[in-house]
Design a protein. Sequence first.
Length: 162
Amino acid sequence: MIRTATVSDVAEIRAMIRELAEYERAVEQARATEEQLREALFGDRPAAFALIAEDDETGETVGYALWFPHFSTWTGTRGMHLEDLYVRPHARVGGHGKALLASLAAICEQKGYERFEWWVLAWNEPTIDFYKSLGVELLEEWTVCRLTGEPLRKLAARTRLS
């Protein structure tokens, strides 16, 4: 079963974020607290939204998807950016990942979002193969850019914005 996350899911979402970060070999980067997630997902102005995958028989939380809207200047419409898709290892053959993606695609259709986009690590071949089986287009000509820490602060210090 796929359902919209509630505030009572925050601790489980945080736990799964840590599990995903461990799988992606970057657990030290997963610093979000429950309080930050609660505010981001359920505050007055949510920054993101989440779906929960539950095992139909046990009701156990086995996965989640966390997304937020973005805007395309080319299409003049909003789209969806999938930040996280995670299914716990013991539940990965149960169709939960596909069900989460199908639910997100349905949200895109309902909201008129023309693009549904996300990133995947280049070394994660099983996941890439899974995505390809769904008809996902890999945009290999694009490179993700990121500015953080000291370089971000240095660039910000150069502003003349008033």
